[in-house]
Write a new protein. Sequence first.
Lengths: 220, 333
Amino acid sequence: MTGAGADTVDLDALGGWIREFARLVGEHRDELTRLDSAIGDADHGINMDRGMTAAIAALDAAAPASAAALFKKVGMTLVSKTGGASGPLYGTLFLRVGATAGEVDELDGPGFAKALRAGLDGVVARGKPEAGDKTMFDALAPAVDALDAGLDEGASLGAALRAASAAADAGRDATIPMQARKGRASYLGERSVGHQDPGATSVALLVAAAATALGGPGQR
Amino acid sequence: MKKLINDPADVVSQALLGMAAAHPELRVDHENKIVYRGDAPVSGKVGLISGGGSGHEPLHAGFVGPGMLDAACAGEIFTSPVPDQMVEATKRVDGGAGVLHIVKNYTGDVMNFEMAAEMAAAETGVEVASVVTNDDVAVQDSLYTAGRRGVGVTVLLEKIAGAAAEQGRSLTEVADVARRVNEGGRSMGMALTSCTVPAAGQPTFELPETEIEIGIGIHGEPGRRRVPHVPARQVAEYLLEPILADTDFSGGDGVIAFVNGMGGTPLLELYLMFHEVAGILEKAGVRVARSLVGPYITSLDMAGCSVTLLKADEDLLRLWDAPVRTPALRWGV
């Protein structure tokens, strides 16, 4: 195979993605909470940090033997420890990523992209968001599309993930003028316009973490 | 931030320690943050569980006991509890007649309870029914929002459905009563001040000294509109106008009228508000059959109040009057 199929990510790199995401969530904890206090209930950074800290502790306690086991552990821990809407949404995302990745110890580019798209489908099934609702979907869907498009065009996984990260950032920024139609921000109606969505912001961190951990030194 | 706490990270678990110490008739599972009535499960009785983010006390744990809830799951402050808690509580309160989940309509609560119902069905086979409260007229109920929020009617529903379960009604019948209460109830709230989430350390929103927020939620989420601070009489009109415009409460068996404190407003002001509310209702031809005044579904230290009206009928009034023995509501025993 050429292009995307040539590079693979192993369990260390996949675990590194989760650890980098946890690090970014910790670093941006106060910013996520500040964004959430403008249009929500001021807990997104606190909850995500608690959930991801617990997920890392679970990974440290016992090293998972496959991609399925890794993401299932992360997903179940997020469901159990995060609460709010983020727990079921991020939990379902990782559970679906794991179920699709399967009992393997490495993924190639298309395999990773397929798993991430399954995660996106899980978010859609759980939260029923549509494009433009001002939710995490508005950053995640363009990122998954950009990843697929990059790989289709023959880019390396790293290059495709960097494009995905740029798409997630653009999707995050595009939530600013949107009027929220889901979650607590929807109660504000027009007053939600002009604020960046906290969920789209944490998704941009998730994709940035993938570009760092899977498109860099952990990649073979 | 000035609060009676030791550590912002431990507020919920330390409050549950106090709850256990003050109410030996309840059983508290500190690991899972679940408060049970002492004799749960009650054989042959439908089990009632509720739960939600903490910060709304006495809702929900203060309503655990004979005649009301069998268990309450406490989340972090303003954050839904997690499915593991609801699954555990569902197993522990099932007396063989099934379990009713009482859920306030917030995205997180609904999703976590949904996952819990799926998990409970798969793991245990306990029959679970759910009712979602959505009584807040401040929020436009449309396909383009998460729908109306669950607020004050949740308190009345837990009392009334609890009495129905205590009488030995079936899961279907108790769920029907609960839905009837939700459909017949409407609420509207307001804030004089913001609230401060301990872990955030500062007020959730800014509200100038000269302004009040109409249509506030119970999580410090901003309301419908901001208006200049006006006397209580005018505030009562701001709250009742959209409620009465939404639903016709006149005639019939009257209403249960509930003036609720948001946590930082003295009972003195709540009774003053009740007087204003009663005056407006009388003019509107709405008869007050029963009343409740006090801080029962709060928003931490927020100052302000909400008004809930519930259309009453003979059955609902009998269930309302039935004995209840919980930390926060107690009569007829």
